[in-house]
Design a protein around this ligand. Structure first.
Ligand code: NOJ
Length: 752
């Protein structure tokens, strides 16, 4: 990572210097006392230094500001002018930097090492949207736990995850990084991830600080175009966008990242409302806020700040504690304090928060806590991690359709054709956030299938991506070359079953990957139709980082599974499902539209004043498409079949309304079902959605088994936020619906 010159200087500086980290804090009792004792020793530049985060000397997730030269950053490290670095990982490199700072800077305050450990580090789990599709909170927590174990073994002590942005717009490429369209599911998944990363005790060497991001509204970028403005009313802000952040804070998340976007005209980085008022004051968040990459500097381009100094002033006053790669604080805060434009108490507050997290991580007890060569060797690509990734991956697959019981395939199935360029791809299933991992390390579909049967023939059909595949380059897709079609069609013709894997490359979704079309890129749809013309027995595997429009496939293809980007174990997980070794149990965390024109599309809509569906032109609809999703939120099939009966509601205690339902597996195969509960507040002081998820439970049922599932509805589930941000619970009539998706279930009612 370091240039030769830097490396030599690192070595020179680290010789013979003694760590000073604990001498000034030994006598203090609590972490707060220790923080105060340390703060009292710090000069203003040293305090500001803690609020400065640098990238590890090369540009990974955004354009590097021009003043970001390595020499200058290096000297800032030794002067104690850096609180944290990102994108430095691996024991050797982390140790080098930590040693430099601890031994060379005056106070030796250890660095935090941050990285986007989004769905694993070396071993990759499915992308977060896929994990959310499992609705399996235990598995999701475990996946984050494994990511923490593996990344902490490589020196990382801070991840910029979970992203808890709710989004209803599949055009936005970052839907892959969140938990989908629903606030309630998003809250639960976010909390599971925070718990997994942070564990029970943050000072343990295998736990890392988590980040709830991006505060706030980033998932509502206008027209789904990344980095675009966000313009939402208070209703949506308080009821849809903010609750997952609040839940993460309640679960003890240590840091929060603000966002690139403006929210109602104010850049989030400068939003006092979001940061100081709501997060820190109302919610009592005692961790710190990190800016997004250069988001402080970008306020100049938003037309909100005159220059970088002005941006620094606005951001710090609003409560943004640490500056990622804008060079705003390190270059301008001291002057701003001296000029009386920024109060030193604001600086002290930010530094206290940052130091507190460093103490909680145990970095002052041992700055090298996360730096252990043996642990790194043992944990990276550890077999247990692969096992966990496989388990998570199989749970994340969603079966959308399975006519004529084409699936599961018999293990004796002969003459299987596999078609589609993604089937052999070992890179794309890793998704776009594989920053710490190694390219081409996923188990491909073909490799996974080979563990089950050798009676498989493969034809790619067409090339997919032409040229380089990289996080920092646009993909070039084959839009015209169909020369491989005849071979694929010939193979399909002579086969009994065709497995086709089509969809998006891993780099089609993620940051800066917005799309206006939600189809299969390139010539893939044409390939599907050409194959279908000769063999209708197709199992379609949709690899994707976002909902796609599958209208043609839904009409023609008997079996469709969404296989997302499933990470390192992709092919193995899919093979397990195809051959019935795992009975699919995933449910969509986002609605799949019929047409891009429906987007943003989500199930928990408001009733309009014109809901009528028959006999008139003048109702809320499209003249060329239905209103509802092709595959709705919560939808997902199993090889088993479940029926719901006997809904009981006990509303005698209005603070704990009990809703009970019997769920029966009336099939011959053991399976898992996600039992979903939705409510509707019929009349309220603000209009309420036609239904909202307020409970779910994933259960396992043996063949022919019945289980009673009980939900408890409290004020938390029944209330909502008013436009001033106050939470209220209003009396009145409620509908309740319990079922297998947002569009099917049995209904009851109660009165509050
Ligand atoms: C920009 C992204 O928006 C953010 O989510 C990420 O954590 C940072 N880059 C750091 O890589």
């Amino acid at each position: 990572m370091f240039s030769d010159t830097l490396r030599q200087r690192l070595l020179v500086f680290s010789i013979g210097l003694i760590a000073m980290t604990t001498s000034y804090i030994a006598s203090a009792d609590t972490i707060d006392d220790k923080v105060d004792a340390l703060l009292a020793k710090m000069t203003l530049p040293e305090k500001i230094g803690q609020m400065n985060q640098y990238n590890g000397f090369w540009d990974v997730t955004g354009p590097a500001p021009s003043e970001g030269d390595a020499e200058k950053k290096f000297s800032h490290l030794t002067q104690g002018l850096v609180g944290s670095v990102l994108n430095v990982s691996g024991v050797e490199q982390v140790r080098e930097l930590q040693k430099l700072v601890v031994e060379e800077s005056r106070l030796g305050i250890p660095l935090m090492f941050g990285l986007d450990v989004i769905h694993g580090h070396k071993t990759l789990s499915p992308i977060p949207l896929a994990e959310a599709a499992s609705w399996d909170l235990q598995a999701i927590e475990k996946s984050a736990r494994v990511a923490a174990i593996e990344s902490s073994a490589r020196g990382i002590n801070w991840t910029f995850a979970p992203m808890v942005d709710i989004s209803r717009d599949a055009r936005w490429g970052r839907v892959m990084e969140g938990a989908g369209e629903d606030t309630y599911l998003g809250q639960k998944v976010g909390v599971a991830r925070v718990k997994g990363f942070q564990g029970e005790d943050l000072s343990k060497p295998d736990t890392i600080a988590a980040t709830a991001k991006h505060l706030a509204g980033y998932g509502f970028s206008e027209a789904g175009r990344d980095y675009n403005l966000v313009d939402v009313g208070n209703y949506t802000l308080y009821n849809v966008i903010l609750p997952p952040f609040k839940s993460a804070v309640d679960a003890g998340v240590k840091t929060v990242m603000n966002s690139f976007n403006t929210l109602n005209g104010v850049p989030a980085t400068a939003s006092k409302l979001l940061q100081r008022d709501i997060l820190k004051t109302q919610w009592g968040f005692d961790g710190f806020i990190i800016s997004d990459w250069a988001s402080t500097k970008e306020m100049i381009y938003h037309g909100y700040s005159e220059d970088l100094k002005h941006a620094a002033e606005q951001a710090v006053k609003a409560g943004s504690d640490m500056d990622m790669e804008s060079y705003a604080y390190v270059n301008h805060l001291q002057e701003l304090v001296q000029e009386g434009k920024v109060k030193e108490s604001h600086i002290d507050d930010a530094v206290r928060r940052i130091l507190k997290v460093k103490f909680e991580l145990g970095l002052f007890d041992d700055p090298y806590r996360y730096v252990d060569d043996a642990r790194e060797t043992e944990q990276v690509y550890n077999a247990a991690h692969s096992q966990a990734a496989l388990d998570m991956a199989k749970r994340s697959i969603v079966m959308l359709k399975n006519e004529q019981n084409l699936l599961p395939l018999s293990k004796e199935q002969k003459k299987i054709a596999v078609i589609g360029p993604l089937a052999e791809d070992k890179n794309s299933p890793l998704g776009s956030w594989r920053i710490g991992s190694d390219d081409n390390t996923a188990v491909s579909l073909l490799e996974g299938l080979a563990n089950y049967t050798h009676d498989i023939s493969y034809q790619k059909g067409a090339d997919f991506i032409l040229g380089e595949q990289s996080f920092i380059k646009e993909l070039v897709v084959n839009e015209s070359d169909t020369s491989g079609f005849p071979d694929a069609v010939a193979l399909a013709k002579e086969s009994d079953v065709v497995i086709m894997m089509l969809g998006e490359h891993g780099f089609h979704s993620g940051e800066a990957r917005s799309r206006t079309k939600l189809d299969f890129p390139g010539v893939q749809q044409e390939l599907l139709e050409a194959v279908y013309a000769v063999n209708k027995n197709i199992v379609l595997l949709v690899q994707t980082g976002r909902p796609l429009v599958l209208d043609w496939a839904e009409k023609h293809i008997p079996s469709i599974l969404v296989t997302w980007q499933l990470g390192s174990q992709s092919g193995n997980a899919i093979a397990k499902v195809l051959f019935g070794d795992y009975n699919p149990s995933g449910k969509l965390p986002m609605s799949f539209p019929r047409s891009v024109g429906q987007v943003p599309l989500y199930y928990n809509v408001m009733q309009t004043g014109r809901p009528v569906t028959e006999g008139t032109v003048f109702w809320s609809h499209y003249i060329d498409e239905r209103n509802d999703a092709l595959f709705p939120f919560g939808h997902g099939l199993s090889y088993s079949h479940f029926t719901y009966s006997n809904l009981r509601i006990d509303d005698s205690n209005k603070k704990a309304i009990k809703v009970t339902v019997d769920v029966t597996n009336d099939s011959a195969m053991d399976g898992e079902e996600v039992v979903q509960l939705y409510i509707r507040d019929r009349v309220a002081s603000l209009t309420r959605p036609i239904k909202e998820l307020k409970g779910f439970e994933k259960i396992s049922l043996k063949a022919a088994e019945t289980e009673s599932v009980q939900f408890t509805l409290t004020d938390d589930e029944l209330g909502f936020y008013q436009l001033d941000g106050n939470f209220v619970v209003e009396n009145g009539d409620f509908d309740v619906m319990v079922g297998t998706s947002s569009m099917s279930g049995i209904a009851g009612e109660f009165r509050l």
